[in-house]
Design a protein around this ligand. Structure first.
Ligand SMILES: Cc1ncc(COP(=O)(O)O)c(C=O)c1O
Length: 455
């Protein structure tokens, strides 16, 4: 970020005191100093915005220490995978509480590699959530398997474990829980289902760095945990990803797969050359140098996001029609890649969500409506109509109309099309005063809902 923005960021953070005690379940009650402002003219109708300063830029870095790390790699001339990558892998494994870590090009390929090396592919079904980024299901299709969607619990935004079991068929081989938005899935019932039905579990923890369920990190419950370090992520390194697991043989296979199938650990042969059919997904030393630098901030920033999220929730849940996310009772830490709440237009005089979002952003609050349903996009039909899918499954077996019907997720549709509102993670790096401003902006819209609807 520029020097000016960096200074602004430091100033904002110093208000709340970065590194303040973690307080996920704290529900602070404070008098609202600014409630009298809520009847003011909405910014979208010409009034003054509630927030008139910039939010922290993203990504952030330390010009002294981070740039030194990067320059050291550049000047060494060793840019392909070596010591810096190994150091990053070791640190990530330690932080996550996993025996092994493989860093690679991105989270998408972490998922693809995991499925491929757990032998999930053609003929298999993988149960997952319709509320995620396209990479989650793309990784299933890429391996020739079929994604099967279980509806979500709108309160938590996560796959509903109670909906998983009814989706199991004799083809089901795996579950892909996605800790979406950085809020952990309910892992106890999910792992229980997996054990009872002998299913593989790959966790998409691409948004859940350091998130915890029952004191254990997201990504360490299943056979494999996958992470993304893409630029918008809470640990940004441009592009990058990682697989974690305690299973040595699996991790050896993943390493070999990501390096042309060349021998690695237990993946060996006495004939020489590549042992398995692989690809090339190696990360670079300079990406890992940035990763190591980002790791130094992650814990503190995660605390700060959690504390601000709890503070914000306690305030905005008082506004009729606003329902903040809920965490499962066993969640001990969330990473908040996004701050989500549900919007009920009936409590806002019928003001449609799109108008609410435009009004909120005019008040200076970055926001969006989030995902559209993963089970409703054209890529599925496109994949099923491809030569290999037709050949393997046959058109009769993979009938798109039947598939669509069987994969209806009405609660997710409602969440995506009507209810969900997201604030980006960097907003949670603002000050307490900023969180109060968000509450005031929402309150202002609520008070002026009729006028906004008719505008
Ligand atoms: C839930 C989820 N899964 C997978 C991915 C894929 O990660 P990447 O962008 O690093 O390929 C992302 C990130 O974009 C994601 O948010």
């Amino acid at each position: 970020m520029g020097e000016l923005n960096r200074r602004k960021f430091i100033k904002l953070n110093s208000v709340v005191g970065i590194g303040a005690t973690y307080a996920l379940h704290q529900t602070p009650v404070r008098a609202f100093e600014f409630l009298d402002k809520v009847n003011q003219q909405p910014a979208i109708l010409g009034g003054n915005p509630v927030v008139d300063h910039d939010w922290p830029d993203w990504p952030i870095w330390n010009p002294e220490t981070d740039e030194k790390r990067l320059l050291e790699v550049m000047r060494s001339g060793v840019w392909s995978r070596k010591n810096v990558t190994q150091e990053f892998e070791q640190k990530w494994a330690e932080l996550i509480g996993s025996k092994r870590c493989l860093a690679l090009v991105n989270g998408t390929n972490a998922l693809i590699t995991s499925f491929a090396n757990l032998d999930i592919g053609w003929g298999d079904e993988v149960i997952t959530t319709p509320y995620s980024f396209i990479a989650s299901t793309a990784s299933i299709l890429f391996n020739g398997a079929i994604p099967v969607f279980a509806d979500i619990d709108p309160k938590t935004f996560q796959i509903d474990p109670a909906k998983i079991e009814e989706k199991i068929t004799d083809r089901t081989r795996a579950i892909l829980p996605v800790h979406i938005l950085g809020l952990p899935c309910d892992m106890d019932p999910i792992m229980d289902i997996a054990r009872r039905h002998n299913l593989v579990v790959v966790e998409d923890a691409c948004q859940a760095w350091l998130a915890e369920y029952d004191g254990k990190k997201a990504g360490t419950f299943g056979n494999a945990g996958c992470f993304s370090f893409q630029n918008s992520k809470n640990i940004p390194i441009g592009e990058g990803g990682a697989i974690v697991s305690d299973d040595d043989a699996f991790m050896d296979r993943c390493f070999s797969y990501h390096n042309y199938g060349m021998p690695y650990g237990s993946v060996k042969s006495d004939r020489g050359g590549a042992v398995m059919s692989g690809t090339k997904l190696r990360i670079t030393e300079y990406q890992c140098a940035i990763g190591l630098a980002q790791l130094e901030r992650l814990d503190e920033q995660t605390d700060m996001r959690s504390e601000n999220a709890a503070y914000l929730s306690a305030m905005i849940r008082e506004v009729p029609g606003i329902t903040p996310y809920e965490l499962y009772s066993k969640v001990t830490r969330a990473s908040f890649h996004l701050y989500p709440f549900r919007y009920d237009q009936r409590e806002f005089k019928g003001l449609p969500r799109a108008k609410f979002l435009s009004a909120l952003s005019a008040e200076g609050i970055p926001c969006s409506s989030g995902y559209i349903p993963l089970n409703k996009m054209p890529y599925l039909e496109n994949a099923f109509n491809s030569k290999n899918f037709k050949k393997y499954y046959g058109e009769k077996e993979l009938n798109i109309d039947r598939y669509n019907e069987e994969n209806e997720c009405p609660l997710n549709d409602k969440l995506c099309y009507e209810e969900a509102v997201w604030l980006p993670q960097y907003v949670l790096l603002g000050s307490r005063r900023d969180m109060e401003s968000i509450r005031n902006a929402i309150g202002k819209i609520h008070a002026n809902a009729e006028k906004l609807k008719n505008s």
